[in-house]
Design a protein around this ligand. Structure first.
Ligand code: BGC
Ligand code: NOJ
Length: 814
C-alpha cells in the first residue's frame, strides 16, 4: 500500500502531499490556444498552440528529479535563508507541502520558518497567458522581511531548433524591458509578429533578463546568485540565454498576507502595427491585458470563471454507482483527460516532447469519441479539419500540423486503418448531436481548394479505399501498419535508427490485417446507419453487403481455432496463431471483432474472449499479446524491437483493454466487463502508486506486463487513446447510456453485485436523469423503461427538446 496523496472528490482535485512522487506528476493548464504542463513541484513549460513552433519556455526532459520551469524563490532578508516554495529546484526542506491538481489549474504551497507561500497556476479562459497568483503569509510572531524571485527561461520559439542550432541561436536572443514588463523579442525585429512576456504585479521591482547574470557562472537554477545576494541586477540579454526574472520585496507583519501576481504570456501584433513610434515593440495591447490580470482580485475572478467552466463542462455526464473508482474517474478525471487529449493529441507531455508529433489522424478521430458529448461544436470543427487532410484516394495522412492544418509529408500515409476511423468518429458525432448537416459540409481533399466534396462522400471514399486494397484472403492490406503502429509487416528494417514509420515499404500486396477487417465491419454498420438516416436506403444496403462479405472473410480466414488471428505477413504466414512460437494471441482482433458483432451468433466471440481472459489476463490488466517476442523479427518490425513486456510487445496497452470490456458487454458478461475496466482504472490502482508510478488520476498508455522487470509499472501517462475508449466502455456499454441517431439508448450490462446506478446525462441540450435498478446476483438486461413515468416502447429514449429535463427509470429483472 503506497500513496503519495489522495483524491479530494468534492473539490475535484488530486492532492499530492509527499514530495517524493515516483515521477513528476503533472497537470495541464489551458483550454484553447495557450497551454502549459505543470508538475507537482512547478516544473514544465508553456506554449501557444504548437508545442514545437511556439514554445515559450525551455524544458529539459528527464533532467534528474524534474527539469524545473516555473522558478520561484523566497529569501529571508534577515537570515539570507533561500528556498523554493515549490521545493524544486532548490530542494531546501519545506513543511506542509501540498500540490492540488485541479481542472485546468494547479496550486502548490508550503511553509518554511513560518512563512507560507502558495501559488495558483492557471490560464484564464480566452486568454493567452498563464497566471501565477502567489500569496505570501507571515505566520511568525515577528516581522518577516522577504523577497520573492520569479523566473522563466525563454525558449527561442522553435523548441527543436532551440536545442540543436546553437551556432545561430546563441546570437539571436533579444529582450526589451518596459516599465517592469519583460518582453522576449527574439526574431520580432524581422519575421515574427509575436512576443512572449513575463510581467510582475510590482512594476518597480528589480529584474534580470540574462541567464548568466541571474544564475552566476557555473551555477544552476538550484541556487541563483542573484537570489542568494538578494538582488537582481537589471541585466539585459544580448544573445546567449534570455530569461525573465522579477524580484518583489515584501515586509510582512505577524499574520499579514500579501498577494503577488506574475504573468507569462504570448501576444501577437498586426504586421502593420508591430512597432510603436520609437521603433520598439508595440505594447499597448499587452499592457491592457497585463494590467488587468496582475490585479489579484481579477486573477481570482478569472480562476472562479475557469472552475465554473469546467464544472459545467463535465456536468454533461455524472454517475453515481456502487463503485467509487468508477464515479470519480468518470465524473472528473476521465472526462478531463479526454479534453486534454483533444487539445493536445499526442504532442506535449513528459513522454511526448512537443517537438515530435503533429495531430494523429487515427488518434484525433478516436479522441472525438471521448469528448464529443462535452464539446460538440469543437468536435465538428476537428472532424472537418481531419477530413480536409484526407487524400483523394480516400486514404489519409497519418498526421497533420496544428498550426497549418495540413497533412504532414514527413510521415506520409499508408496506415490502412486510418481512414476508417473517420467514419466511426463522424458517426459518433452525428449520434451525439443529431446534426446530419455536417455530412453535407463541403470539404477539400489534401487541403487543396477546389477539390471539395460533401463530408459524406469522404466517408464513402474512406470505405472504398479499404475495398480497393484487399489481399489474398479478401482481408484488408495492412500497409505500413494498422492501429498497432508497431506491426510493420512490409518494413523489413535492418538499419539502426531507421524509422519504422517512414522506411520505404516492400509492399507485396500480401500482408493483411484481420484487425482492419473487423474495423471495416464495424464501420460498415455505422455507414449504413448514416445512409439510412439520410434517406438513402440503397446505400445502406451496399454498405451492409460489403460488411457482410468482410465479416465472412474474417470468419473464414481470421479464425485460428480458439481466437482470432492478428494478420498475415508478407509471405502469407499467419500472425497471432497457435502455430507461431511467439505472439500466438493478440488482443486487438478479439476486441475489434466482437465489438463489430463477428462471432456473436456462432460462439466464436465467447471463445475468443475466454482465450483473452486466460492468456492475456494479469492483475494489472490485459496484455497486448502472448508470448512476447524475445528476439527481433524483421518480418514483423517494431513490435519485436521492444523488450518483452514493454509497449506493444506484451505490456498492458491500456487502449485495447476497454475494447475487450465492450466486447464482454456484447456477450452480456457484466462481471467480466467491469473487472477488465477496473484493473486499469487509475484510481483503483492508487494504493499501488509505488508500483504504478505514474499519476493515479489519469490513464497511462502502458503498464508493464509480466515479462518485464517491473510488472505493473506504468509509462506514457495522459496523451493516450485509452482516455476516450475507457470513457466509452464504462459510460456507453457497461452503464449502457449510448447515443443513437434516434435518441439515447439505455442498455446497461452490470456486474451481479450491483443493485443499479444513477446518472445525469446531457444530450442534445436536454438533461436526462437516469436511474437503473436491478436485483442482486444477476447481470440481466433492461426489461422496461419509463420516461417521465410513462412506459417506453423499446429502450431508446427519444431526444427531448433542448432545455427539457427527462426522468428515465430502467428496470433489469432477470
Ligand atoms: C510506439 C507506438 C506509437 C508509434 C508512433 C512507436 O514507437 O511504440 O506506440 O504509436 O511509435 O509514434
Ligand atoms: C500510440 C499511437 O498514438 C496510436 O496511434 C497507436 O494506435 C498506438 N500507439 C498503438 O500502436
Amino acid at each position: 500500500m503506497s500513496r503519495f496523496g489522495h483524491f479530494d472528490d468534492a473539490a475535484r482535485e488530486y492532492v499530492i502531499t509527499r514530495l517524493d512522487t515516483p515521477l513528476p506528476w503533472i497537470n495541464y493548464l489551458g483550454t484553447e490556444d495557450f497551454f502549459g504542463i505543470v508538475s507537482n513541484t512547478g516544473g514544465g513549460y508553456a506554449f501557444f498552440e504548437d508545442a514545437r513552433l511556439r514554445r515559450l519556455t525551455r524544458f529539459r526532459y528527464h533532467a534528474p528529479g524534474d527539469g524545473g520551469g516555473r522558478f520561484l524563490y523566497a529569501r529571508d532578508a534577515d537570515t539570507a535563508d533561500v528556498w523554493c516554495p515549490t521545493w524544486q529546484p532548490a530542494r531546501v526542506d519545506v513543511e506542509d507541502y501540498r500540490c492540488r491538481h485541479g481542472l485546468g489549474y494547479t496550486v502548490i504551497g508550503s511553509v518554511r520558518n513560518g512563512v507560507e507561500v502558495e501559488t495558483r497556476y492557471f490560464v484564464p479562459l480566452g486568454e493567452t497567458l498563464e497566471v501565477w497568483r502567489v500569496r505570501v503569509t507571515n505566520r511568525r510572531s515577528s516581522d518577516a522581511n522577504l523577497s520573492l524571485f520569479a523566473a522563466v527561461e525563454f525558449c527561442l520559439w522553435d523548441a527543436w531548433d532551440d536545442q540543436t542550432n546553437f551556432q545561430r541561436n546563441l546570437s539571436t536572443g533579444e529582450v526589451d524591458v518596459r516599465d517592469g514588463l519583460i518582453l522576449h523579442t527574439t526574431e520580432y525585429r524581422e519575421r515574427r509578429n509575436h512576443v512572449a512576456y513575463f510581467a510582475s504585479s510590482d512594476r518597480g521591482g528589480a529584474f534580470d533578463t540574462d541567464r548568466d547574470a541571474f544564475l552566476g557562472t557555473y551555477r544552476g537554477w538550484d541556487r541563483p546568485e542573484a537570489v542568494e545576494r538578494g538582488r537582481c541586477g537589471g541585466s539585459i540579454a544580448h544573445g546567449w540565454f534570455p530569461i525573465g526574472a522579477h524580484q518583489v520585496d515584501l515586509s510582512l507583519r505577524p499574520g499579514e498576507g500579501r498577494d503577488v501576481v506574475f504573468l507569462l504570456g504570448y501576444a501577437e501584433n498586426p504586421p502593420e502595427g508591430k512597432f510603436d513610434g520609437t521603433g520598439r515593440v508595440a505594447t499597448e495591447r499587452i499592457r491592457g491585458t497585463v494590467d488587468r490580470f496582475v490585479d489579484p482580485a481579477e486573477a481570482d475572478r478569472a480562476l472562479d470563471r475557469l472552475r465554473d467552466h469546467w464544472v459545467d463542462l463535465i456536468g454533461a455526464l455524472r454517475v453515481s454507482t456502487p463503485n467509487e473508482h468508477v464515479d470519480r474517474i468518470v465524473n472528473v478525471w476521465n472526462q478531463y483527460q479526454c479534453m486534454v487529449t483533444f487539445n493536445l493529441s499526442r504532442s506535449a507531455s513528459l513522454f511526448e516532447s512537443g517537438v515530435g508529433r503533429g495531430m494523429g489522424f487515427r488518434d484525433s478521430c478516436q479522441d472525438v469519441l471521448g469528448f464529443v458529448h462535452l464539446a460538440p461544436v469543437r468536435a465538428r470543427e476537428r472532424l472537418l479539419d481531419l477530413a480536409a487532410t484526407q487524400l483523394p484516394s480516400g486514404g489519409a495522412y497519418h498526421q497533420y500540423q496544428p498550426l497549418t492544418k495540413r497533412g504532414n509529408d514527413a510521415i506520409g500515409s499508408g496506415f490502412n486503418d486510418d481512414p476508417l476511423w473517420l467514419i466511426l468518429a463522424v458517426a459518433a458525432y452525428a449520434k451525439e448531436t443529431g446534426d446530419l448537416g455536417v455530412l453535407d459540409e463541403a470539404v477539400p481533399y489534401g487541403s487543396e481548394p477546389g477539390t471539395e466534396s460533401p463530408l459524406l462522400e469522404h466517408l464513402w471514399r474512406a470505405f472504398g479505399s479499404t475495398l480497393e486494397r484487399l489481399g489474398p484472403h479478401g482481408l484488408p492490406l495492412i500497409g505500413r501498419a494498422d492501429w498497432n503502429d508497431c506491426l510493420n509487416l512490409n518494413a523489413f528494417s535492418t538499419e539502426p535508427g531507421e524509422s519504422f514509420q517512414t522506411v520505404p515499404q516492400h509492399e507485396g500486396g500480401v500482408a493483411e490485417s484481420v484487425f482492419i477487417g473487423a474495423q471495416f465491419v464495424l464501420a460498415s454498420e455505422e455507414l449504413a446507419r448514416l445512409a439510412e438516416v439520410c434517406g438513402r436506403p440503397d446505400d445502406a444496403v451496399s454498405a451492409r453487403e460489403a460488411g457482410e462479405r468482410m465479416a465472412a472473410a474474417v470468419g473464414n480466414h481470421g479464425w485460428d481455432g480458439a481466437w482470432f488471428r492478428r494478420a498475415y505477413d508478407h509471405s502469407g504466414e499467419p500472425v497471432g496463431s497457435s502455430t507461431n512460437d511467439e505472439g500466438q494471441i493478440w488482443i486487438e482482433p478479439q476486441g475489434m471483432c466482437v465489438m463489430a458483432g463477428i462471432g456473436l451468433e456462432d460462439g466464436l466471440a465467447e471463445r475468443a474472449l475466454d482465450a483473452v481472459a486466460e492468456r492475456l489476463g494479469t492483475p494489472h490488466g490485459l496484455v497486448l499479446l502472448d508470448p512476447p517476442y524475445a528476439r527481433y523479427r524483421v518480418e514483423l518490425g517494431e513490435i519485436s524491437s521492444y523488450p518483452p513486456g514493454y509497449k506493444e510487445n506484451g505490456a498492458v496497452f491500456s487502449h485495447t483493454n476497454p475494447w475487450v470490456a465492450i466486447a464482454e458487454t456484447r456477450l452480456g458478461r457484466g462481471d467480466r466487463a467491469l473487472d477488465h475496466y477496473l484493473r486499469i482504472n487509475p484510481s483503483a490502482r492508487e494504493d499501488r502508486s509505488d508500483v504504478h508510478r505514474c499519476e493515479p488520476y489519469v490513464y497511462a498508455q502502458m503498464i508493464a506486463g509480466p515479462a518485464a522487470a517491473a510488472p505493473g509499472e506504468a509509462k506514457n501517462s495522459w496523451l493516450t487513446g485509452s482516455a476516450a475508449w475507457n470513457l466509452v466502455a464504462i459510460s456507453q456499454w457497461i452503464l449502457g447510456i449510448r447515443p443513437e441517431h434516434e435518441g439515447l439508448r439505455i442498455d446497461p450490462c452490470l456486474p451481479a453485485d450491483w443493485e443499479g446506478f444513477e446518472a445525469i446525462r446531457r444530450f442534445r441540450g436536454a438533461t436526462y436523469r437516469i436511474a437503473v435498478r436491478k436485483p442482486l446476483g444477476v447481470t440481466g438486461r433492461i426489461s422496461s423503461i419509463t420516461v417521465d413515468g410513462r412506459t417506453l416502447d423499446g429502450i431508446v429514449v427519444p431526444s427531448a427538446p433542448a432545455g427539457a429535463t427527462v426522468t428515465v427509470e430502467g428496470t433489469i429483472s432477470t
